[in-house]
Design a protein around this ligand. Structure first.
Ligand code: C2O
Ligand code: CU
Ligand code: CU
Length: 519
C-alpha cells in the first residue's frame, strides 16, 4: 500500500482534492494493471568498438485510445542507455531516419568540439555521422540528445534522448547497487501535453518562448505513473530531468530519505541526505533509497515556485513512479564516503568570463498570464478551474511566433545566438573562474556548458547546496541570482566545431539564449 506524505495534508484544499483524485485513480489503477517502468536496454560497444544509433520515427500508446507519433533512438521513444568505460575509445555512428535535420550531442562528456554533436554537426535526413568518443572522466550518469538549432525543443518533445553512463574502476569498487533494472534503476522524467487527436502538443508561442514547455502529463521513461519491481534493499535511482523546461521537487511518498550520491558529472564526496530534491532540466542526480523493509513507495514531485509550473496536476504532490522493493534480497549498500573530489583552490583566479542570460520578450509572455489571473491564483494557494482554463487556453491557442521573432526572443550577454558568430574563446587546460547571471527577468535558467565538468564555487554569494557541490555541467540561476563556477576545458573546440553554453530550458535555447566559443 502506497502511503502519501503528511505534507499533503498541510498543502490545503487543492492538495486535498488532488489526493482524493489520486486515491480514486489509485483504486482504479489497482483494478487495471499498472504499466511497468520501461528500463532502457544497456548498449555497449561491439567487438569492433562501435555503437550504432538510429534515430527513427515510431508510435507509442501514451493515451488509452490513441497512438502518438514519436521519434526514438533504436526504438520508438527515447533511446538505449549507452554504457562506456573510462579509458575506452568507441566509434559512434548515428543514422538519421527522421524527416528533419538533427545532431547528436553527448551532454556532460568531456570531448573535443568536433565530437560534441553540437549545432554545427548536422545530420540530414537519410544521412549518418560518425565520431570517436575517447572516454576520460569519472563514472557518471550523462545523457545524449539532438542539438539542432533552432529545433532542439521539438525534437526532444518527440522522444530523442537517452542515457549515457560512464563506468570506472573507483566507482566499481564501491558497494553501491549496480544491477541494471534490478536495484540500479534509470529514471528519465519528462512532461508532455497532447493534442485532442493524441499527438504531442508543441507550439513556440510567446508563452512557451518565455516560460518553456508546460506539459500536463508526467512520464517516467516514457510511461505514465508506472511501477518498478526491484530487489529488496537499497535502491539506486539514476534520475535525469529530461523535460524541456520543468523542474521537479522530488520526495518520497512516505517521507523516507533520499541519499544523493552523485550529481551531473560523478560521485559526491559523501552521500547527502535530503527529504526533498530539486532537479532542473538537464541535471542528473543519483540517489539511494532504503527499500530494505520491502514496502512500496512512490517518488512524488511537489509544487515548484514557477507559477506556470503549478497548473494541475502539478499543483499538489504528484506521484511519478511506484517502487516495489519486494524482490530477491539486494546486495548493494550506502557507503559513508564515495569519492575524493579535488579541493577548490584557496586563491581563485580572477573572473575571466561573465555570461548573462537575457530575455527580450518576456513581458509578451508574462502579461497575458497575469491578466488571466495566474500569479494571483498561485498566491492564494487554491487552484481555480476558471483561471486554469484561461491559462491553458493561452498555452494551447496563443499563435506561434514568426520564426524571426522566436530567434530574437532571448540572448546571452545582450545578443541572441547566431550560428555564424563565435562569441569568445576560452583558454585550454586552465582553471577558469566564470560568473553566470541573468538580466532583469528573474526567471529560472539552468545554464549548461559543453566540453567540461565544472564546480560551482558559490551560488548567490553563498556556498552551493551540498548536492550541487560535486562535478556539474549545469548551473541553475534564478531570481536575479548568480552562480560562480570553476571550469577547465581539456580539449580543443575550433571555429568550425565550437562549444555551446546555453540555458537548458530548450525553448530559451531555441530562441537565442545560447552562445558559442572556441577553446
Ligand atoms: Cu544537453 Cu547543449 O545540451
Ligand atoms: Cu551538453
Ligand atoms: Cu532560461
Amino acid at each position: 500500500m502506497v502511503q502519501i506524505s503528511r505534507r499533503t495534508v498541510l498543502l490545503g484544499g487543492a492538495a486535498a482534492s488532488m489526493m482524493r483524485e489520486f486515491c480514486r485513480s489509485k483504486a482504479h489503477a489497482e483494478e487495471s494493471a499498472r504499466p511497468s517502468l520501461p528500463i532502457p536496454p544497456e548498449l555497449r560497444a561491439n567487438a569492433e568498438g562501435t555503437i550504432a544509433l538510429d534515430a527513427r520515427t515510431g508510435t507509442m500508446r501514451f493515451l488509452n485510445n490513441r497512438d502518438t507519433a514519436t521519434y526514438g533512438i533504436n526504438g520508438p521513444y527515447l533511446g538505449p542507455a549507452l554504457r562506456l568505460r573510462r579509458g575506452e575509445t568507441v566509434t559512434v555512428q548515428v543514422t538519421n531516419n527522421v524527416p528533419e535535420n538533427i545532431t547528436m550531442h553527448w551532454h556532460g562528456l568531456i570531448i573535443p568540439g568536433a565530437a560534441d554533436g553540437g549545432p554545427h554537426q548536422v545530420i540530414a535526413p537519410g544521412k549518418w555521422w560518425q565520431t570517436q568518443l575517447a572516454i576520460d572522466q569519472p563514472a557518471a550518469t550523462l545523457w545524449f540528445h539532438p542539438h539542432y538549432y533552432p529545433s532542439t525543443a521539438q525534437e526532444v518533445i518527440r522522444g530523442l534522448a537517452g542515457l549515457l553512463i560512464v563506468d570506472d574502476e573507483e566507482a566499481g569498487r564501491l558497494p553501491l547497487p549496480s544491477r541494471w533494472g534490478v536495484d540500479d534503476i534509470p529514471l528519465i522524467i519528462q512532461d508532455r501535453r497532447f493534442t485532442p487527436d493524441g499527438q504531442f502538443f508543441d507550439r513556440m508561442n510567446a508563452i512557451a518562448v518565455t516560460n518553456g514547455y508546460v506539459g500536463d502529463t508526467a512520464l517516467a521513461n516514457g510511461a505514465r505513473y508506472p511501477e518498478a519491481r526491484t530487489a529488496r534493499g537499497w535502491i539506486r535511482l539514476r534520475i535525469l530531468n529530461g523535460s524541456n523546461a520543468r523542474s521537479y521537487k522530488l520526495s518520497v511518498s512516505d517521507d523516507r530519505s533520499l541519499y544523493v550520491i552523485a550529481s551531473d558529472g560523478g560521485l559526491l564526496a559523501s552521500p547527502v541526505e535530503l527529504k526533498q530534491l530539486l532537479i532542473h532540466v538537464g541535471e542528473r542526480f543519483e540517489l539511494l533509497v532504503d527499500g530494505r523493509d520491502g514496502r512500496a513507495f512512490d517518488i512524488v514531485t511537489l509544487p515548484v515556485t514557477q507559477d506556470l509550473m503549478r497548473l494541475p496536476p502539478f499543483d499538489g504532490p504528484l506521484p511519478l513512479v511506484t517502487i516495489r522493493p519486494d524482490g530477491a534480497d539486494g546486495t548493494g549498500r550506502l557507503p559513508s564516503s564515495l569519492a575524493v573530489l579535488p579541493a577548490l583552490p584557496q586563491q581563485l583566479p580572477l573572473v575571466s568570463r561573465e555570461l548573462v542570460m537575457n530575455m527580450f520578450r518576456d513581458m509578451q509572455g508574462m502579461m497575458p498570464l497575469k491578466q488571466a489571473g495566474l500569479p494571483a491564483m498561485v498566491q492564494s494557494g487554491k487552484t481555480d478551474p476558471a483561471v486554469v482554463a484561461r491559462v491553458v487556453n493561452l498555452i494551447v491557442n496563443d499563435p506561434a511566433l514568426p520564426q524571426a521573432d522566436q530567434l530574437s526572443s532571448s540572448g546571452v550577454n545582450g545578443k541572441p545566438f547566431s550560428i555564424e558568430r563565435i562569441d569568445f574563446s576560452a583558454a585550454r587546460n586552465q582553471d577558469l573562474h566564470w560568473r553566470i547571471s541573468e538580466g532583469s527577468d528573474l526567471m529560472l535558467h539552468p545554464v549548461h556548458i559543453h566540453g567540461c565538468q565544472f564546480r560551482i564555487i558559490s551560488r548567490d554569494g553563498k556556498p552551493v547546496e551540498a548536492e550541487r557541490a560535486g562535478w556539474k555541467d549545469t548551473a541553475p540561476i534564478s531570481a536575479g541570482g548568480v552562480s560562480e563556477i570553476l571550469v577547465r576545458f581539456p580539449h580543443a573546440a575550433t571555429r568550425d566545431d565550437p562549444y555551446m553554453a546555453h540555458c537548458h530550458i530548450l525553448e530559451h535555447e531555441d530562441s537565442g539564449m545560447m552562445t558559442q566559443f572556441t577553446v
